[in-house]
Write a new protein. Sequence first.
Length: 216
Amino acid sequence: MQSLANSKLIEALNWRYAVKKFDSSKKIDESTWKTIEDALVLTPSSYGLQPWKFVVVTDKPVMQKLTASSWGQKQVEDCSHLIVIAVKEKMDADHVNHYINSIIEQRGVNPLELEGLRKMMLSDIVNGPRSEVSFEWAARQAYIALGNLLTVTAVLGLDTCPMEGIIPAKYDEVLGLTGTGFKTVVACPVGYRSADDKYAKVKKIRFPSSEMIKKI
């Protein structure tokens, strides 16, 4: 595998910022968008359980409804694609078994070899003490996916604006998630920055690495 040059990665991350104004006339091409979706699916998760659903919105009337549930932030409707990350409200045995069966089918593993793993996951996140906070556990997984998305899009030269300033329950209503077992956690418009977004030229503020990184 050919690696990305160190300097190019840092350059892309310095270039990235939370876009305040998208160019609504620019759309991401199909091939590039497929790459983003593939990258999202490849996001790591605890136990590998992937407790999420990535809702991709490009329908303008729907985006406009979601803008109203995002405190009027226009990025939601002016971007090319809006990704909404929803996670399972409660982890259940069906989801764990679905994952175990996927391993069996794709790796050709003997089911008996995975029985210990299946029981461990069930005794932890489904039936154990963490079952009471499985939504919070799943929500933390959503932010792994969000971080992956921000890096991937930056490397591809695409703009984003991660957004917690939304009303999740309203998003669930608009997107038809209510009653499905999934709840919205965070949204992220993706597209191209507008030429007159003044924040594109604002210096990025980060604490120095000497303050943020401890080496032992």
